[in-house]
Each structure stands twice: as structure tokens, then as C-alpha cells.
Design a protein around this ligand. Structure first.
Ligand code: DGJ
Length: 469
């Protein structure tokens, strides 16, 4: 009713009072305009105010400013002629970027660029002084026993009880083979590797905390099956460490999630079984524990066409009968979820097996959606690098709790011809400022903060990062 009266007023005025009516109507329209502008301003201010606050805090520190410097990477591709493997020829036919094509070519002359050898391995035990704490994305990374870290498709848990970080991932130190001629390259299940660290750089091997089943061929963890992307969260109520993981058969047709628990972060974990969440297929997945203690499972489903998100039960051992379908028809996988100042963010990859593809960042006000796509978060390197996520695939985003708005983006540079030799690409991820206005993705308000993953050949966390407030 009220609305109708509001609209009737100017109409009446304009009809009966000539120019006076026009000025009255102009006043009303100006008022409405002001109201609209004010609304827009407060909306933007609300969103970007947070960004500005972060910007001040993040960019004020010179070492954080360094992380946001755009670093170019020049890769000279050799001319595309001569003898190439038939697989490479097929990929070229499918119009993969020339860089990805080169990357996937086992005989590439740039192999040492994509997979640098042993002599450049990061060895925290040996390195001292000024060279300490540097991450070199793509290089072999040794644990404190000086063996390459085996924690692929992994995630990190910060254990408040011991002030220690635990990195869990696929222990893939076995032979790469194909179960079928057309099947994906694979390594038999060995188990979930676990490493501990206080500084996020020096990692001690805590062993295999969930091992493959050697004898029982019907067991989910039987070695010829698939165990991928394990993630662990701590349940404050039950005091259990709960691991969720992708469980599959060699053909990826089982498409389930497995659950295991432990009393301690370094295991051993007891395997409880697997399920198809909400009755649906589940392949790439992750978990996210929110500030209120509610945890969520996020998984690629419906033949990888749709991402599903649903809350877990209080004990984190099951799912509630609530599920949302997001990115319908967009074929996203490798989800990594994080939160900043009340907004949820997600990085996903496309679906191209072990081959790298373009990452996308997404944002939502509720973890159950709706989710909006912000665009490609990769900054620096070169164009081909950016549309191939620096030749890697997302697996986890780790908050640096002492420093609001800054995260470590964790990704896997898969080596499909020798999966055990897959590398880690860790890079700084910063949430700040208004998003680049990519009309391709952003369709409406609110305006989100910008998510940027900065390429660096070499970088380290600012000294004392864990104590910043
Ligand atoms: C892509 C997924 O992200 C990986 O975890 C793995 O399942 C490969 N596909 C297998 O091809």
C-alpha cells in the first residue's frame, strides 16, 4: 500500500502543477538517487572497508609487500617440431596450451625447469643462515631425514594442543603404472603420510598414519584401489582427529569418501569405512571447519559436473541430510576452502586428470552458497603459467593466523610419468582490496575482496610471521 502511495504522489504533482511539479519530482528523484548511492556506498564500504583494513595491515610490513611484487617468469619454449610422443601430439590436437603440452612431454628439453633435479633440492637440515626458510616452488623438498616429502594432494592441520603443524597427504613413493591401457597413471595405495613442523618449512616425517591394506582385496584401502586428498580436522567435543579422504577403485567408479579417526595428530588413524555422501558420487574433495565448530564436506560429484557442499554431524563422522549443489555444469575439482573476515573463499581447478589447468577463485557469504566466481587468482609468472596455475593444482589454503588476509596456497605439480616425483607449489595468497572487475564472472553486488596468488621463484614468510598480531 505504502509503495503505491509513494508512486502516486509525483504522478499527481506532475499532472496538476506544471513546472513546480517537475521540481518537486526532481527533488524526490534526487532523494531516491541519494538513497541509492548511499546504499551502494555503504555496501562497497562494508566490503572494501575490510579489504582496506587488511591492506593496511598486510602491506605495511615490508616483507609482505615483497610477497605481493609481481614477478615475471620467462620460459623459452623450444620450437614444436621433431619427434614427439603420440600422446603429446594428441594433446596438441586438443589445443592444450603449448606450455602444458611441453610440460606433459616426458622428453621435453625443459624437463629440468618443470622438475628441477636433486642438486637443487630444498634441504632444511643443511641450509643455514640467509638461505633458511625459502620456498622454491617445484623443487624437491626434503624432510629432516633428508628424504623427499611424500604428502601429495594434502592439507595441513594446526594442532593447538602442541602448537605444531601437521601436513597429511598421499604417500606415493611407489611405481607409477597404468591399471588399464586407457586408465589414469597411478601408484598403488601406500597410505597417508604425515609430517610435523613448527615453522612450516622444516618437516619431520611422522610416518604413515593410515596404511594400505595388503591382504584383504575387498578392503577400501587395498593397495590396488585409490586413496587421494586426505584432510584432517580436530573435533573439539570428541577430542578426536578426524580424517576424510577420497576412496575409489582403480577406475574411479566407486567415487566415495572414507573416514578415519585418531586420538593423536600423528596417528595411527583407525579406518571407519566409506560412503557415497548424500547418496552421490564423490571424487576430489576437501573439508572445512568453520569458526563455530561446524565442519563441511565439499566434493566433486555428478561425474564431476557439480560441486556438493554439506555440513557434517557434530562428531564429524557423518553428514547431515543437508546438501547444496554449486558450480552446476562447470566441472570444477580440487577444492580448497578458506575464510576471511566472514566471507568464504574457494579455489578450484578444472578437470584434466593430472594435467594442470586454470584455477578459479570463488566467494560466498554463506558456505552453502550462493557462490560467485571471481576469476583466475594467479598473478605474475607469464600468461601461460597463469592459465595453468603455475603448472600445479590446488589442494589446500592455509591461513597464517597471526596475519589477517594472508594465506599459503598449496598446490601439487603432478608428474604423471612418475607420480612419486610430483612437486609442491606453495605460494602466498593474499585477500585484499576490491576485486578486479571481471565482467566475465562478476554479475552483481556485493563486490568481493580480491584473491591473489603471487608467483615467486623463491620466497619466504616474513620473519616472526607466527607472532604478528
Ligand atoms: C585429478 C584429481 O584432482 C587428482 O586428485 C586425481 O584424482 C587425478 N585427477 C587422477 O587423474
Amino acid at each position: 500500500m505504502r509503495m503505491r502511495n509513494l508512486y502516486r504522489k509525483p504522478t499527481t504533482l506532475r499532472c496538476n502543477a506544471g513546472s513546480r511539479c517537475y521540481s518537486a519530482s526532481a527533488v524526490i528523484w534526487s532523494l531516491l538517487g541519494c538513497l541509492l548511492l548511499f546504499h551502494l556506498y555503504s555496501n562497497i564500504h562494508h566490503k572494501h572497508g575490510e579489504g582496506r583494513e587488511v591492506q593496511l595491515r598486510v602491506t605495511n610490513h615490508p616483507q609482505f609487500r615483497e610477497l605481493q611484487q609481481v614477478e615475471e617468469e620467462i620460459i623459452q619454449l623450444p620450437p614444436q617440431k621433431g619427434k614427439r610422443s603420440p600422446r603429446a601430439a594428441k594433446r596438441r590436437h586438443k589445443r592444450v596450451t603449448p606450455l602444458v603440452d611441453e610440460f606433459l612431454d616426458e622428453d621435453s628439453r625443459l624437463r629440468h625447469v618443470f622438475f628441477p633435479g636433486n642438486n637443487s633440492a630444498i634441504d632444511p637440515v643443511k641450509v643455514t643462515g640467509n638461505d633458511s626458510y625459502y620456498y622454491y616452488p617445484g623443487r624437491i623438498w626434503l624432510d629432516t631425514d633428508r628424504n623427499p616429502i611424500q604428502a601429495h594432494g594434502g592439507g595441513i592441520l594446526y594442532d593447538e594442543r602442541s602448537n605444531t603443524y601437521y601436513w597429511y597427504g598421499e604417500y606415493k613413493d611407489g611405481l607409477t603404472y597404468r591399471a588399464h591401457k586407457r586408465g589414469a597413471a597411478r601408484v598403488d595405495i601406500i597410505g597417508v603420510g604425515c609430517y610435523s613442523s613448527k615453522d612450516l618449512w622444516t618437516w619431520k616425517n611422522e610416518g604413515i598414519v593410515l596404511a594400505a591394506e595388503e591382504m584383504n582385496g575387498t578392503h577400501d584401502l587395498y593397495k590396488s584401489n585409490v586413496l587421494e586428498r586426505p584432510k584432517v580436522i580436530f573435533n573439539d567435543k570428541t577430542r578426536k582427529y578426524v580424517m576424510w579422504m577420497h576412496i575409489d577403485d582403480a577406475n574411479y567408479t566407486k567415487a566415495a569418501v572414507g573416514i578415519a579417526i585418531s586420538d593423536t595428530p600423528d596417528g595411527p588413524f583407525e579406518y571407519l569405512g566409506s560412503q557415497r555422501p548424500h547418496g552421490y558420487e564423490s571424487r576430489d574433495m576437501t573439508v572445512f571447519k568453520d569458526e563455530d565448530g561446524v565442519a563441511y564436506l565439499i566434493y566433486s560429484s555428478e561425474e564431476n559436473n557439480v560441486l556438493h557442499i554439506g555440513p557434517m554431524t557434530e562428531d564429524y563422522l557423518n553428514l547431515m541430510p543437508v546438501m547444496r549443489r554449486v558450480f552446476v555444469g562447470q566441472r570444477r575439482e580440487a577444492p580448497a576452502v578458506f575464510k576471511h573476515q566472514g566471507t568464504y573463499y574457494m579455489i578450484t581447478s578444472g578437470c584434466t586428470g593430472w594435467a594442470p589447468n586454470e584455477a578459479l577463485a570463488h566467494a560466498a557469504e554463506s558456505i552453502l552458497g550462493p557462490w560467485e566466481t571471481l576469476g583466475n587468482p594467479c598473478v605474475g609468472g607469464n600468461k601461460m603459467f597463469r592459465i595453468a596455475t603455475f603448472l600445479a593444482q590446488s589442494t589446500f589454503v592455509l591461513p597464517l593466523p597471526g596475519f589477517s588476509g594472508s594465506f599459503i596456497f598449496m598446490a601439487d605439480r603432478w608428474n604423471p610419468s612418475d607420480l612419486r616425483d610430483s612437486r609442491y607449489v606453495w605460494l602466498p595468497l593474499i585477500v585484499e582490496g576490491p576485486t578486479h572487475h571481471s565482467s566475465e564472472y562478476i554479475s552483481r553486488l556485493p563486490l568481493w575482496s580480491r584473491v591473489s596468488i603471487y608467483w615467486h621463484r623463491k620466497w619466504r614468510l616474513p620473519q616472526g610471521w607466527s607472532t604478528f598480531k
